[in-house]
Design a protein around this ligand. Structure first.
Ligand SMILES: NC(=O)c1ccc[n+]([C@@H]2O[C@H](COP(=O)([O-])OP(=O)(O)OC[C@H]3O[C@@H](n4cnc5c(N)ncnc54)[C@H](O)[C@@H]3O)[C@@H](O)[C@H]2O)c1
Length: 215
């Protein structure tokens, strides 16, 4: 548990997994101590930024020595909730849903998609990457039985709100929303929207700016 109760800023939360990647590389190279400067240099950031971000995890580096690599990795994983497995349901076992069901990297980050839900009768009852596809009508019962609190939403935009409400009624409190729809759910729900086109927009604009000599 963090001692201070200040919400971590979004850019900090987004940077911390990058620190973890760098730290795992350091650990693989048997480097036992790292400084904020070592991490910052690898990522093209300023050491003060790294130190400030690390403070949100609760770890304190030692002057001149830095952080113990293993300890920092554990602290970051615990801060991110990646130190224990969290089960999730996926709703919408289509092209994107199938790709996410098959992605093994989530398990390393503490997320286990344990079942999928769909309305397509051809998909219901089948298994995709080993995960059974259930009808939506089974969601509440399974969520309660399996103690699932996260839903990964990969349905078309027009079905997203309806599915978000089904998730809410099933006791799900966190939605990882891959659909472009803005979900109309109460504030008690935590919704994280994921949009690859936002990344593509940055790539396109930066390329164009470079061409024009702006950056
Ligand atoms: N965030 C991103 O960057 C990103 C990238 C790709 C796709 N998407 C979005 O992800 C969503 C899925 O895209 P896709 O290409 O996989 O589509 P898809 O048509 O291949 O799959 C959609 C699946 O949802 C199911 N479905 C539809 N209505 C449903 C309902 N009410 N309840 C349960 N299941 C339902 C369909 O039967 C189908 O299996 C879309 O909203 C798309 O815009 C987002």
């Amino acid at each position: 548990m963090r001692e201070h109760l200040i919400a971590a800023p979004l850019p900090t939360i987004r940077r911390i997994p990058r620190y973890l990647n760098v730290l795992e590389d350091f650990a693989a190279e048997q480097i036992s101590f790292v400084s904020a400067t070592d991490i910052a240099n690898k990522l093209g950031l300023k050491p003060i930024q790294v130190r400030k971000d690390m403070a949100f995890t609760g770890i304190v580096g030692k002057p001149k020595v830095g952080y113990k690599t293993d300890e920092l990795i554990e602290t970051i994983k615990s801060f991110l909730g990646w130190d224990s497995a969290t089960d999730a349901f996926l709703i919408g076992a289509g092209a994107l849903g199938t790709a996410l069901l098959g992605y093994r990297g989530f398990a390393e980050r503490g997320l286990q998609i344990v079942a999928a839900f769909d309305i397509d009768p051809k998909k219901i009852g089948t298994r995709i990457h080993g995960k059974e596809v259930f009808p939506i009508s089974k969601m509440a019962e399974l969520a309660k039985r399996m103690q699932v609190h996260i839903g990964v939403l990969t349905v078309p935009a027009e079905s997203a709100s309806q599915c978000a409400h089904a998730l809410m009624d099933a006791g799900i409190t966190g939605i990882w929303n891959f659909s472009p729809a803005e979900l109309d759910v109460p504030e008690s729900m935590t919704v994280q929207r994921e949009d690859l086109s936002a990344g593509l927009a940055v790539l396109s604009v930066r390329m164009s700016e470079k061409k024009q000599g702006i950056v």
